[in-house]
Design a protein around this ligand. Structure first.
Ligand code: PRP
Ligand code: URA
Length: 212
C-alpha cells in the first residue's frame, strides 16, 4: 500500500493485544465496549502528543517553579454515530474538559454509500483541535463525508482515529483530506464483497451496543 504522510499506524503492543480481544467472536458486549474505550484512550495519548502547552507558576512543597499545562480548553471529540460513541469516554478520560459533538452516518447496506442523519457540533468549532472517532474505516465513505461536513461547519484542525482500517478506506480518506492526521490501530487485509473489513471484528456498532 502507498505510504501517506498523514497516516500513522499505532502498533503499540498494548493496542495490538486489545485489538486481538476485540476480534475474537467470543468477546461479549460488556467486555467489547470496555476494550474499545481502553484502546481509544491509548490511541488518544499518541494523537494528542502535539497539543499546545503553556507554563504556569506553581509552588511545590519545596519551592516555586514553572511547569506546563495543556493550553486552553480547546479540544472537541466528534464520534461518528453509532460506533464512534464507544471511543468517546476513553479520550474524555485524558481531556475531561473537551466538548463533544456528534455526526450521525449510516451506511446503505446495498450501495455501502454513507447517509448523514444528524449533526450537532460545539459552537464555535473553528479554534478547536477536533478528534473524529469511528472504530472502523472500511470504504472510507462515512469518515470522508463526516469530515467534509465538519469542515463545512468551520472545523479546521482535524484528526481522525479508528481502531481497524482497510487499505481501500485509508486511500479514500487520506486522499480526500490530506490535511487530516489519521491514526489507525491496525491496517487489515481487505474489504469483502459486503464492504466488511477482513479479518476485522464484524459490525462494530452491533458489538458495542449488543444489537445483534
Ligand atoms: C459502520 C462504522 C463506520 C462505517 C464504516 O457504521 O461504524 O461508521 O460503518 O464504513 P465505511 O468506511 O464503508 O463508510 P454503520 O453504518 O454500520 O452504522 P452504525 O455505527 O450505526 O452501526
Ligand atoms: N462497519 C463495521 O462495523 N465493520 C466493518 O467491517 C465495516 C463497516
Amino acid at each position: 500500500m502507498k505510504d501517506y504522510p498523514n497516516v500513522m499506524i499505532l502498533d503499540h503492543p498494548l493496542i495490538q493485544h486489545k485489538i486481538t480481544m476485540l476480534r475474537d467472536k467470543n468477546t461479549g458486549t460488556a467486555e467489547f465496549r470496555n476494550i474499545v474505550s481502553e484502546i481509544a484512550m491509548l490511541m488518544g495519548f499518541e494523537a494528542m502528543r502535539d497539543l499546545d502547552t503553556v507554563d504556569i507558576e506553581i509552588e511545590t512543597p519545596l519551592e516555586k517553579t514553572t511547569s506546563p499545562v495543556i493550553a486552553g480548553r480547546k479540544q472537541a471529540i466528534i464520534p461518528i454515530l453509532r460506533a464512534g460513541l464507544g471511543m468517546t469516554d476513553g479520550i474524555l478520560s485524558l481531556v475531561p474538559t473537551a466538548k463533544v459533538g456528534h455526526v450521525g452516518m449510516y451506511r446503505d447496506p446495498v450501495t455501502h454509500e454513507p447517509h448523514e442523519y444528524y449533526c450537532k457540533l460545539p459552537d464555535p468549532i473553528e479554534e478547536r483541535v477536533i478528534i473524529v472517532t469511528d472504530p472502523m474505516l472500511a470504504t472510507g465513505g462515512s469518515a470522508a463525508d463526516s469530515i467534509k461536513l465538519i469542515k463545512e461547519r468551520g472545523g479546521k484542525k482535524i484528526k481522525f482515529m479508528c481502531i481497524i482500517a482497510a487499505p481501500e478506506g485509508v486511500k479514500v480518506l487520506a486522499e480526500a483530506h490530506p490535511d487530516v492526521q489519521i491514526y489507525i490501530g491496525h491496517l487489515d487485509r481487505q474489504l469483502n464483497e459486503n464492504a466488511y473489513i477482513c479479518p476485522g471484528l464484524g459490525d462494530a456498532g452491533d458489538r458495542i451496543f449488543g444489537t445483534k
